[in-house]
Design a protein around this ligand. Structure first.
Ligand SMILES: [Zn+2]
Length: 470
């Protein structure tokens, strides 16, 4: 038996009221109980008091390209999206050029696994990843093993007996010309026929964007996503340049695409609304970005709110200085979720940093409403609540710890008073900062959220130092 009772200063399920000085019981990777006091039947369990710690659900990253996770810094956005995109394509080509098959596979494996580890360390437990070839499920399974290796036997047995982080890969589809279309078909056929392992969710389909995927490809993907209950994702209405090109094939996209596209592709380009209509046939569909959706298109999307959502990538959105994102105004009508996008446009893969950033630029929504976009909303939308995004009995214990012991809520952390270290560093053995139960209960919900956003230090719950000493 590996059950433990955990008593943090706060339990924050996000979709319901915070529980100050509550109790969480975890056994063999599952949450057995969440509540204000420990029921008698659990009284004999080993107890872990976690002063200064808030426990949140595991975070969900609804849009990412893990293959770029080896980039030390984002590719600079100079103001032109097409220039940035050309730079990304050039980078990918330079990685492929001259590289042996073996070294290409190795560098891609390393990048994906680095992204998985970075995500996990940042409290992310479920990632929707855009996938290009070559790609292997085995890399995801190995990436999981690497995350778990750093944990003590107790931490592993109690919290994560098998999977630290689930990846939902969506195969990127591009058919700007016949050769590219054939490559795309081959990759999709090959990846979609493989049975999925424990760390991989059923694969989805991702026609890349309206300027790289034809209506024929999008339609086929939507039909397949319908009959096989798959997720479909597509970058859509991301930039003004994209809208210009869709309208009359003008603007910077025209010259950028010219060397690649063939006539067959150009004769099968749709409108934003025609893409939305096609996507609505999928089991579930995610419009990625949607920065420039018109009112009419947003109304269209709201009709499909039970199975079509929009992913907002806050820091990437700001990098390109797009107009205000519709998430602020349309939050009640459309399911919005948060994504990091890739390290090609973002400095890291922290969904928590996206929540913090969005809270600073989207004043119409509370921090809690924004946090829902990285927990409850995507977890329910993708029907993966048992895996991540929920802090509830019966769900997996893939949870996020937020260390507030060095925040303004706690007594000054001078010598002799400090926070318990996180991330496995247990060299500091002095006492953690403490608040009395009544002081904890006196903190308002807003103050708690603001302190978390300003000073919270995030890690997976099982990596806290106290669980590594056993
Ligand atoms: Zn993207």
């Amino acid at each position: 038996m590996s059950a433990v009772a955990i008593e943090p200063d706060w339990l924050v399920p996000v979709d319901s009221q915070e529980v100050p000085r509550g109790v969480l019981v975890v056994d063999s990777g599952k949450i057995e109980f969440v509540g204000p006091t420990l029921p008698q039947r659990f009284a004999s369990l080993p107890k872990f008091r976690l002063p200064g710690i808030v426990i949140l659900p595991g975070l969900v990253n609804s849009h990412c390209h893990l293959e770029f996770s080896d980039l030390a810094q984002p590719i600079r956005a100079t103001g032109s999206f097409t220039q940035w995109l050309s730079d990304v394509i050039a980078l990918r080509q330079s990685q492929h050029q001259g590289a042996s098959e073996e070294s290409l596979l190795e560098s891609r494996r390393k990048a994906i696994q680095a992204g998985m580890r970075e995500s996990w360390l940042g409290g992310v437990r479920f990632v929707v990843d855009m996938v290009t070839g070559p790609w292997s499920q085995r890399w995801v399974e190995e990436g999981n093993v690497a995350c778990l290796e750093s944990l003590s036997p107790l931490a592993r047995k109690t919290f994560v007996p098998n999977v630290a982080l689930t990846v939902l890969p969506c195969v990127e589809l591009i058919d700007v010309n016949r050769t590219r279309g054939n490559q795309t078909d081959l990759l999709a056929t090959q990846l979609l026929k493989e049975p999925v392992g424990p760390a991989v969710e059923k694969l989805g389909l991702a026609p890349h964007a309206p300027y790289t995927a034809s209506m024929a490809t999008i339609q086929r993907a939507a039909m397949r996503a319908n009959t096989e209950d798959r997720l479909m994702c597509m970058h859509l209405a991301e930039t003004q340049e994209e809208l210009d090109w869709l309208q009359d094939r003008s603007g910077p996209f025209a010259s950028m695409l010219e060397p690649f596209v063939d006539q067959a592709f150009l004769s099968r380009v749709g409108t934003i609304n025609s893409h939305i209509q096609l996507m609505s046939h999928a089991w579930r569909a995610l419009v990625i970005h949607g920065n420039y959706l018109s009112k009419q298109e947003l109304i269209s999307l709201s009709r499909y709110q039970d199975h079509v959502g929009v992913v907002y990538c806050p820091r990437t959105h700001s990098t390109f200085q797009h107009q205000h994102h519709p998430a602020g105004k349309w939050n009640d009508a459309i399911p919005f979720m948060l994504g990091t996008d890739s390290r090609a446009s973002n400095p890291d893969l922290s969904v928590w940093e996206e929540i913090c950033w969005a809270s600073n630029v989207m004043f119409s929504l509370s921090p809690q409403q924004i946090a829902l976009m990285a927990t409850t909303i995507p977890a329910r939308f993708l029907q993966v609540e048992s895996q991540a995004g929920a802090l509830r009995a019966g769900c997996f214990a893939r949870l996020t710890a937020v260390d507030l012991s060095k925040s303004r809520l706690y007594p000054s952390t001078g010598s002799g008073s400090r926070a318990d270290s996180v991330g496995g560093n247990s060299s500091d053995l002095s006492f953690p900062a403490m608040l009395s139960d009544s002081a904890i209960k006196a903190v308002s919900s807003l103050e708690l959220w603001e302190t978390m956003l300003d000073n919270g230090v995030i890690c997976p719950l099982e990596s806290l130092a106290c669980f590594q000493r056993h």
